[in-house]
Structures are given as structure tokens and as C-alpha cells.
Design a protein around this ligand. Structure first.
Ligand SMILES: [Zn+2]
Length: 474
């Protein structure tokens, strides 16, 4: 969190001084994020979200022209790669023209990450962000200070839709620890006074610690909760199971960083007693989507453009996302197949916004299972919606011939839920593999604390990379 020697000292401090140290770190981050530039962008964003479709198109075309020309001029990777593909960058003038550019896969990014940094900036002037690195190799993302502020402005524009400002207090559910794992007694939370937030460690949300956490929440009032949907739903489920109502429920729960499964949304709404809204973003600055008041995901068109395409062998309306972002000129991502899939929105949204919209984010395209007849099946998250009464579920594949449905059952879970899921699964995967239901006590999270609804051990690459390998070998 701070760097190793500082961390050693921090952990030896009493809690009150840890709060001070944590707040000072927060103050540093806050100064970088909530600059005057941030407030200017936020004002602009609050206005532009109501632009007409024509205004949006003109704006995006202009940004794309500038981005592609700039990348070709200043980013060594794009110059070489576009030359190899015989791309004439002068001809890329509109959103539609993007299809003439090759697709940037995660494998390419991993291989050429140093070459993807723009020569127009000195490295010293840039900040470095690490992505969680699902493949085991974290990516280093170089970014400008303005890019960080801009991304924050995009996120706060989403929150503003629900009446929340950077001055509103909130409770943050976090997996990165400001509290050592060895700590077994409360407080399992730390204060960040300057950022108006309290940080609750999800790592410590065990059945033993839960009474202390609930007692703390009953004495406090936060207008909003922010965090992973899987973590917040652990608290929500505890409240349901123990028939506890929060004295001061938040006005909204804002989730991010993980697919908001309908089961999580339901549990949170019921247990916490507040509506849920979600946003989708990433450390690569390649694109953002955020829910509106009507519950649809709108593309934050001011920082990027989203294309989508079907994945070979996949069934259903879910499409793989290709993102082009101009929020961070230090390391631009153009036609980046990020590895997430979503279902496009049908027709205009009732909220009146003209930006492109999606019905739902379906999850990572890596979250697919394979069948012996050679298909990849994505979007299996939806099957889990039929698992009525289950507290948590995961579809797990270790061998090609079999998938396992792991279930943490609740009191209402039974034969009917299992039959409904089995029917839906058979409909999608066919009869070529065995389906086994297994009762478990807990579904393990990834190292970074994320919940995976579909987990296959059969592959380490994204669907598009497999597709590419196939295309090359054919
Ligand atoms: Zn909308």
C-alpha cells in the first residue's frame, strides 16, 4: 500500500495513528485527483451527457482522428504495427473507419507494453498504475495526471446522477488492506478523513467478525456504500440471515470492478435496503460505461468509443467489447479487445441520453467453458439467475468432459432451483459433457479479492486469442 518500510512502521502504530497516516495518504491522492482540472471536467461532463446523437458523433469522430494521428506519430508500437498492416492513418476519419485498423489483443499489449508508451511525454512526468493482471503478469499503465483526474470526473459524473458529490461521506468496501491480516479484533475499518470515506476491510468480513462490523454500521450513517458487489452482498446476506435492518441504510450502493450478477443485486437491495447502481471501467483508460437512472449502461462517450463483435462459437446476444479510448494520451488503447462481453441495448433509453447503451455487462470473455465438440460458451452468468435460494454459485470446469456447479445453498434452495439451472445449462452447452452439482460452504475469491461466477482451468488466454491462434493455424 505505501511501500515496504513505511508499511512495516504503519502496522506497528496504534489504530488512532493509523487513521492519521491513512488520511494523509488519502490527502495526497485526493490532491492529485480532485484538482481544479477535475472540477472543470466534471462541469463539462454534466453538460455533455445530454448532447444530441449528432453532437456525439461529431465529437467522437474528431477525437478518433486526433487519437489515431497522434498514436501513429508518437507511439512506437502503433507506427510499426500500422505500417506492417499497411494502414493509411490519414484515412481514419470517423468511428466507422476504425474497422480498418487491426485489433489490439491483451497478448499484444503484454508483449509490447513498453513500446505502447507515447514518446510525447517524459517518463518522469507520468504516473504508473498496475492492473490486477488476471493472467498473472500485471500490466504497467503509464498515465498523465490529467488522465487520472478525467477518469475520476467520469466516475463522479455517474455518482452525481444519484445525488452524490465528492464531499459526500461514503463507506468503501476494500480488499487491499490498510489492516493487517493478523488482526483478529475490531476495528476492521480505518478513516480517511480528507476523502470523507471510511474503509472497511472485506478480508475481515468473516462470520466471527460480522457482529462487530454490523454494530459499527448501526452507529454510523453513510449516504453511499462503494465496492465489489460480491463483498457487499456478503454483508447483505448476513443481515438477511439474522433478520437485521440497518438503522441508517445508504441512499445508494455503487458497485464496480466485478460483474454485477442479478443475484448480488437482489441480495444487496433486500439486505442493505438500498438500490444498486454499477459502473464499468479499467486501469487501461480504454473506456468506461455507467448505469443511468433507468438501469442501462451508457458509454461515457467523452473518453472513448465502443465497438462490439460476436465471438466465434458463442451463443446468445452477448458480444465482445472493443474499446478505443482518448482519455490518456500517454498510453493510448485503440480497438482494444479488453476481454469483457456485454449485451447491446435495444433501441433508445428512456432516460433520454443519446449515447450508446448496453443492457448489461455479461462478464469476462475469459469466463467461458469449453465443450468436447469444440464450442466456447460465454454468458453463463445468466444460468445462475435460475438458482433461486442459493447464496453463492460458481460454474467450474477442470476437465473437458465435465462442469461442476458449486452452490452455497440458502434455506430456500432446493430441487426446483437445481432443475431450472440444469435445463438452462443443457440448453447452452448441449449434451456432450456431464454436469455435476456440488454443495460447498464458501466460494474462494481470486488473489485480488474478486468473485468469479464462471471459472475454467482449461485455458489461460482470452477467447479472441484462441480465435486468432486458430485463424493462424488454419
Ligand atoms: Zn439511460
Amino acid at each position: 500500500m505505501f511501500g515496504s518500510w513505511v508499511e512495516t512502521i504503519y502496522y506497528r502504530l496504534p489504530v488512532s495513528l493509523q487513521n492519521v497516516a491513512f488520511s494523509l495518504l488519502g490527502l495526497r491522492l485526493r490532491r492529485a485527483r480532485f484538482s481544479r482540472y477535475f472540477y472543470r471536467r466534471l462541469r463539462e461532463l454534466t453538460e455533455s451527457e445530454h448532447w444530441s446523437a449528432d453532437q456525439i458523433a461529431a465529437y467522437q469522430d474528431e477525437e478518433i482522428r486526433r487519437l489515431v494521428a497522434d498514436a501513429y506519430q508518437n507511439v512506437p508500437f502503433y507506427r510499426r504495427w500500422y505500417d506492417e498492416h499497411g494502414v493509411d492513418v490519414e484515412k481514419i476519419k470517423t468511428r466507422d473507419d476504425l474497422k480498418h485498423l487491426p485489433i489490439l489483443t491483451k497478448a499484444l499489449v503484454r508483449k509490447h507494453q513498453k513500446e505502447l508508451v507515447s514518446g510525447a511525454f517524459s517518463r518522469k512526468s507520468l504516473d504508473v498504475m498496475l492492473t490486477s493482471g488476471t493472467s498473472g503478469t500485471p500490466l504497467q499503465i503509464y498515465c498523465t495526471r490529467e488522465a487520472i483526474s478525467f477518469q475520476q470526473a467520469i466516475w463522479w459524473r455517474h455518482r452525481a446522477r444519484f445525488g452524490l458529490t465528492p464531499k459526500t461521506r461514503y463507506l468503501m468496501f476494500g480488499a487491499r488492506l490498510p489492516i493487517t491480516a493478523r488482526q483478529t479484533r475490531p476495528p476492521f475499518w480505518r478513516e480517511d478523513y480528507f476523502s470523507h470515506r471510511t474503509y472497511l476491510s472485506t478480508y475481515h468480513m468473516t462470520p466471527d467478525n460480522m457482529p462487530a462490523i454490523v454494530d459499527f454500521l448501526q452507529r454510523r450513517s453513510y449516504p453511499f456504500y462503494v465496492g465489489y458487489p460480491s463483498a457487499i452482498s456478503v454483508l447483505a446476506q448476513y443481515l438477511i440471515d439474522h433478520n437485521i435492518r440497518l438503522n441508517n441504510p445508504p441512499r445508494y450502493v455503487i458497485t464496480a470492478s466485478e460483474t454485477l450478477l442479478p443475484a448480488f443485486e437482489r441480495t444487496i437491495r433486500e439486505g442493505i435496503g438500498a438500490p444498486v447502481t454499477d459502473h464499468y471501467g479499467m486501469a487501461e483508460f480504454a473506456g468506461n460505461l455507467a448505469k443511468c437512472e433507468q438501469g442501462r449502461y451508457h458509454v461515457d462517450f467523452e473518453c472513448g468509443y465502443v465497438e462490439h463483435r460476436p465471438l466465434a462459437g458463442s451463443v446468445g446476444p452477448s458480444q465482445s467489447l472493443l474499446l478505443t479510448g482518448w482519455g490518456n494520451p500517454a498510453m493510448p488503447f485503440i480497438r482494444y479487445e479488453v476481454g469483457d462481453s456485454a449485451t447491446p441495448g435495444d433501441g433508445p433509453c428512456e432516460c433520454g441520453r443519446q449515447s450508446q447503451s448496453f443492457e448489461r455487462i455479461d462478464g469476462r470473455t475469459e469466463d467461458y467453458i469449453r465443450t468436447p465438440d469444440g464450442r466456447m460458451v460465454i454468458g453463463l452468468n445468466q444460468v445462475l439467475e435460475c438458482g433461486v435460494g442459493a447464496q453463492e454459485m460458481q460454474i467450474y470446469q477442470e476437465r473437458l468432459e465435465e462442469i461442476e456447479v458449486r452452490v452455497v445453498p440458502g434455506p430456500d434452495y432446493g430441487e426446483a432451483s437445481e432443475q431450472a439451472m440444469l435445463r438452462e445449462l443443457r440448453h447452452r452447452v448441449g449434451d456432450s459433457l456431464a454436469i455435476r452439482f456440488v454443495t460447498v460452504e464458501h466460494i474462494p475469491r481470486t488473489k485480488s479479492g474478486k468473485f468469479r461466477a464462471v471459472l475454467s482451468k482449461l485455458h489461460g488466454t482470452t477467447a479472441s486469442e484462441i480465435e486468432l491462434t486458430k485463424a493462424v493455424s488454419e
